[in-house]
Write a protein that binds this ligand. Sequence first.
Ligand SMILES: [Fe+2]
Length: 209
Amino acid sequence: MAARIDQVVTSGTFSLDGGTWEVDNNVWIVGDDEECVVIDAAHDADAIAAAVGGRRLVAIVSTHGHDDHIDAAPDLAVRTGAPVLLHPDDLMLWKQRHPDASPSGELADGQVIEVAGTELTVLHTPGHSPGAVCLYAPSLGTVFSGDTLFQGGPGATGRSFSDFPTIITSIRERLLALPAGTVVRTGHGDSTTIGDEAPHLDEWIARGH
Ligand SMILES: [Fe+2]
């Protein structure tokens, strides 16, 4: 049986550079009836644990270290015993939210996380943050893009540790290289496809965001 993808939308705040904003986040759960992976433990460990149910949680994978994507990760890890994985280049962001906790493992470009017979390949896609990653699941025809690519353009690069030319390079070289039909499941808001977004790259570069 193939893995399925469940979506949980949770609400909370994102804080950086002295500001705080209300946000809704997409939490993605990939797995079968036996085991699963959580992509971004955002805001609400209760809601995420309920969606995991009695399944074995293989890992809590963090697309990046912004606090809206990792605020519930330590709580969920304690409840489930699952390791929290984060690219080390985002550790300084994680520490702003969780100074007394650390991720239990690292993500690296090319790393493959297996769950329920499905492979999730880590694509290091810096720009929104230095350690931002996407998770590509070719057998499911989808990429989990975190805050790197949304319906309508790149993730924000206006705050600390972000860089617009870097995110454009990541999108061009890593994400737009995927098959056009690949469904892009984002960290916030609606899904899109690589083929729907690819024609707009030059517009985004011209407008600068
Ligand atoms: Fe973010």
